[in-house]
Design a protein around this ligand. Structure first.
Ligand SMILES: Nc1ncnc2c1ncn2[C@@H]1O[C@H](COP(=O)(O)OP(=O)(O)OP(=O)(O)O)[C@@H](O)[C@H]1O
Ligand SMILES: [Mg+2]
Length: 403
């Protein structure tokens, strides 16, 4: 019988990944059954399949059932008021937190103040505690892991961004525990990534320092992580918990509206479905511009403008135009790495490990390479390296570390 020795869970602002240590190796599994690949052991053949990245969405379906993952993400346009994502950004935060206020416009269904002043998300008009929404993600991960792998100890290690405060860590931990997990540890994302990297790299003599840079949907952080044999230690971190590619999508959508003769800006558009369609189109276009030099957005009759006239978004966008538009955003993002470098200028780094989907933007890859004077190693960018490192830590804590 194949034995699972550890589970690692990385709940991101927009995506979740889960890894298990099985037969001594860390492998990714699909987090939710809605993304499941039917054959129980299919994950063993394709450990880094992008299908193992699942949207951190929960929502209420028309019939009143809760939906998790892809099923919830699919209704973000048509039932946006019943669909929540970005819980990670609000966990353990007060509604009046300046960062929460800054990003409030980026959510699918609207954030609001809970009765106790905490930051909540309205789902179907009811303010929901982000931890209770995260609990639904954890419950589905537990159900799905049980279905895919047995026997299974139901213990896990979670990951958080560096700088995640104590209240946020506690909220994440208890959401997971209420869902039925026994949480053995909560570790930082860069540390987890380097644990997985150290296993991949194998035994080497001496000490090395890896710079780890994450630009995800909702957070940006940069860390120096020291690795010597199996010992991994974060020696310094800088981060912005309310700065991610979601912020660029907001300014890109605002720009697209101006190009389409509508100067209300995304926040001024009352039609939620239109807002979501525009955000999605902006995001897809941004992804296409990571690969190609130009892309087209076409959303005819997107909505009515303030005078009741139809707004048509029909734009050909070049990578150059996106990069101009992204200049101040990328300056903030790259500033995080620059602050880290400036704090410890003498540190010799062996490589720059990139995490987070947005690192695929050539503008960022170039900028990060210039800050650290080394090109970005992107082996973990779209792969569950962070979850794998957490799964390996979980196995080690259970006394089942792979050799
Ligand atoms: N090809 C691409 N080019 C540019 N950006 C991309 C690409 N693919 C994905 N992204 C962006 O990466 C982000 C998602 O990355 P990731 O899954 O690493 O974030 P996350 O873990 O959910 O968030 P965080 O780590 O900030 O909490 C999204 O904003 C998405 O638009
Ligand atoms: Mg992430």
């Amino acid at each position: 019988m194949r034995m699972v020795n550890g589970v690692g869970i990385d709940v991101g602002t927009s995506n979740c990944t889960v890894a298990v240590v099985i037969d001594g190796a860390a492998l990714a599994i699909p987090p939710f059954s809605s993304t499941a690949i039917t054959a129980a052991l299919a994950f063993a053949q394709t450990p880094d399949d992008p299908a193992k990245l699942a949207p951190s969405f929960v929502g209420v379906a028309e019939q009143g059932d809760w939906l998790v993952g892809l099923a919830a993400a699919r209704q973000r346009v048509n039932r946006s008021a019943h669909t929540a994502t970005g819980m990670k950004r609000l966990l353990g935060r007060a509604w009046t937190d300046a960062g929460v206020q800054d990003v409030a416009g980026s959510f699918c269904s609207t954030p609001s103040a809970g009765a106790d002043g905490s930051a909540c998300i309205d789902v179907g008009g009811i303010p929901r505690d982000p931890a209770s929404l995260a609990e639904l993600l954890f419950a589905e991960i537990l159900r799905n892991t049980r279905a895919l792998v047995e026997p299974f100890p139901e213990q896990c290690v979670l990951t958080v961004s560096p700088g995640f405060g104590e209240a946020s860590i506690q909220a994440l931990r208890s959401a997971s525990q209420r869902a039925g997990w026994d949480v053995l540890d909560v570790m930082s994302e860069p540390e987890a990534a380097v644990v997985a990297y150290a296993i991949e790299r194998g035994e080497v003599d001496g000490k090395e320092t890896v710079a780890v840079v994450n630009v995800g949907a909702g957070t940006t952080h940069a860390s120096f992580v020291e690795v010597q044999h199996a010992r991994v230690e974060v020696t310094a971190s800088e981060g912005e918990p309310f700065l991610g590619a979601d912020e660029l999508d907001t300014s890109f959508a605002d720009w697209l509206l101006v190009q389409s003769n509508d100067d209300r800006g995304l926040a001024g558009v009352a039609d939620r479905s239109a807002r979501q369609r525009l955000r999605l189109a902006a995001q897809e276009c941004r992804h296409a511009l990571s690969r190609g030099e130009a892309s087209t957005i076409s959303l005819p009759f997107l909505m009515a403008d303030a005078r009741g006239q139809p707004v048509h978004v029909d734009q050909r966008v070049s990578r150059e135009a996106l990069e101009r538009l992204a200049a101040s955003w990328s300056e903030r993002v790259l500033g995080v790495g620059a602050r880290l470098r400036a704090r410890m200028p003498g540190v010799q780094i062996s490589r720059v490990l990139g995490l987070g989907g947005a690192i695929q933007m050539p503008l960022l890859a170039r900028g990060i390479a210039s800050v650290f004077a080394a090109s970005v190693d992107d082996r973990f960018v779209r792969s569950p390296g962070v979850a794998k490192g957490a799964a390996l830590r979980c196995a080690a804590l259970r006394g089942k570390a792979p050799r």
